[in-house]
Ligand binder design. Structure first.
Ligand SMILES: *Cc1c(COP(=O)(O)O)cnc(C)c1O
Length: 475
């Protein structure tokens, strides 16, 4: 059998392959069309072999089972095409609120709530009392007002959207006065000057990088001024000879000139973090009490909820914000809203927040517990990487992350993996080691520091899940 015709004839037909027992499961799962398309692609490359590499094709044909071989190939490719690229990972970076790793892990209550509204029609914007159109903010507004002391509240897609919406509503075509020291860039794309531009308002920066005084604000106010703004310098801190103006002072000035004063808190915590021995952050309530007319903050930073941007403050200004057509483009969906309601409800029971909210549980996890966990993982890793890497434990510092309290670090324990490399190859082995952990079924993301791969185990909650997949490590 070596004429081309014979070879072509030996290639099974699409229909024959489609009927194979071996493919029925994947057809059930993803549908006939996707499988059929991939069979076409596989057969095409087999037919190419007739001309380009007939010996290889003959090997395949005379091998034990061409049909079986094809089915396996098809199943493998189709499976991977239909699997999501968005997967859970282990965050062992030591940064608890890690934007690139999706920020906060949600509490079970929020997950249940999301599942429930996902599967059903809901009264998202429907007033069950009157049978008329409702407002999606009503599901959350009362709770947010109760916790923050605000008159009114609304929710959008994220805090960047909240800031954009507020500026676009209150300051289009006008000037926004802000201290030079607060013109921050947060995580690449969010830069205050750029947001101002997108919101169609003019940035009026005052003061110097390290010092801004009340008189700088005073003398900057003119007929074009729309509002005074303060931005939390989330991800950096200016130390030394510094001065900034407090919220209370700014609020007094704004009121005396009949201007709104808005504060972008960024992370925005609802509770006093000192009670958990975490570094101090002003709460949303405190900033409102100091006189801010509107406060914006994230749902998925220190709050520990889903991605969202929350705006709280005066009834009149919130109403203006809600009437902006942009609000429609930036609004949250029912799934996010359901999760946020569940998370906010947890805040109504202050005693149990740190045990019920995974984010706060991770942030307040006792150092002794983290150390014990690292001790427990050490033997498996040592055995697994015998002769390939040195493994030891080290005290380390976790970061809260996402711009929250950037300089405040909390004590933790890291497993330190240092590859035993050929001379001059240490960088390459380290990169390979990190990559091998990222290729595990549930990728493990650590942090590279000083020639080693560090796994800060603060956020690791199911050690067996971590250990059980280690046998698949390919390093
Ligand atoms: C993080 C942050 C933002 C952006 O919030 P997102 O929820 O990421 O959109 C805006 N302002 C400040 C001060 C921040 O820290």
């Amino acid at each position: 059998m070596n004429s081309n015709t014979n070879l072509y004839q030996a290639i099974p037909s699409v229909d024959k392959i489609l009927q194979s027992e071996l493919l029925q499961e994947i057809i059930q799962r993803v549908g006939r069309q996707g499988v059929k398309k991939e069979i076409g692609i596989q057969l095409e490359s087999l037919r190419k072999l007739v001309v380009e590499d007939p010996d290889r094709l003959e090997d395949l044909i005379s091998g034990e089972n061409l049909l079986g071989f094809l089915c396996k190939e098809v199943e493998y490719v189709v499976s991977s095409k239909f699997s999501s690229t968005l997967v859970p990972v282990f965050n062992l970076t030591g940064t608890v609120i890690h934007t690139n790793l999706g920020r906060a892990k949600l509490p079970q209550e929020a997950i249940d709530a999301m599942q429930l509204v996902s599967a059903h029609a809901t009264n998202l914007e429907f007033d069950l009392e009157t049978g008329m159109r409702g407002d999606r903010d009503t599901h959350l507004e009362e709770s947010l007002c109760e916790i923050t002391g605000a008159e009114a509240a609304t929710v959008v897609n994220n805090n960047a959207a909240a800031v954009l919406l507020v500026l676009n509503t209150l300051a289009t075509g006008k000037e926004v006065i802000i201290s030079r020291g607060e013109l921050v860039e947060i995580g690449g794309a969010f830069r205050i000057p750029d947001v101002m531009e997108s919101a169609n308002c003019t940035l009026k920066e005052i003061g110097t990088t390290n010092r801004t005084h009340l008189k700088d604000y005073e003398s900057a106010i003119n007929t074009a001024t729309a509002l005074l703004m303060k931005v939390h310098t989330s991800n950096y801190e200016i130390r030394g000879f510094t001065n900034s103006v407090t919220e209370a002072e700014l609020s007094d000035l704004a009121k005396s000139r009949d201007l709104p004063f808005i504060s972008d808190l960024g992370s925005g915590t609802l509770v006093d973090l000192k009670q958990f021995n975490l570094p101090n952050e002003p709460t949303v309530k405190q900033v409102l009490e100091a006189g801010a007319d509107l406060v914006t903050f994230s749902g998925d930073k220190l709050l520990g909820g889903p991605q969202a941007g929350i705006i709280v403050g005066s009834k009149e200004l919130i109403q203006a914000v809600k009437s902006n057509p942009l609000k429609r483009a930036l609004r949250v969906d029912k799934v996010t809203l359901a999760a946020l309601v569940a998370v906010i409800n947890i805040y109504k029971d202050p005693q149990r927040i740190s045990s019920r909210l995974p984010l706060l549980a991770d942030l307040t996890r006792p150092e002794s517990e983290i150390k014990a966990l690292a001790d427990k993982l050490l033997p498996s890793l040592t055995e697994l990487l015998k002769n390939k890497a040195e493994i030891r434990l080290n005290e380390c510092k976790s970061q809260i992350g996402s711009g929250a309290l950037p300089l405040d670090l909390i004590g933790s324990t890291a497993i330190v993996l240092t590859p035993i490399a050929e001379k001059g190859d240490s960088d390459a082995s380290l990169v390979r080691l990190a990559a091998a952990f990222r290729r595990l079924p549930k990728p493990v993301i650590g942090r590279i520091h000083d020639g080693s791969l560090l796994f800060d185990v603060r956020c690791l909650r199911v050690p067996t899940e971590f250990i059980n997949q280690l046998s698949q490590l390919d390093f």
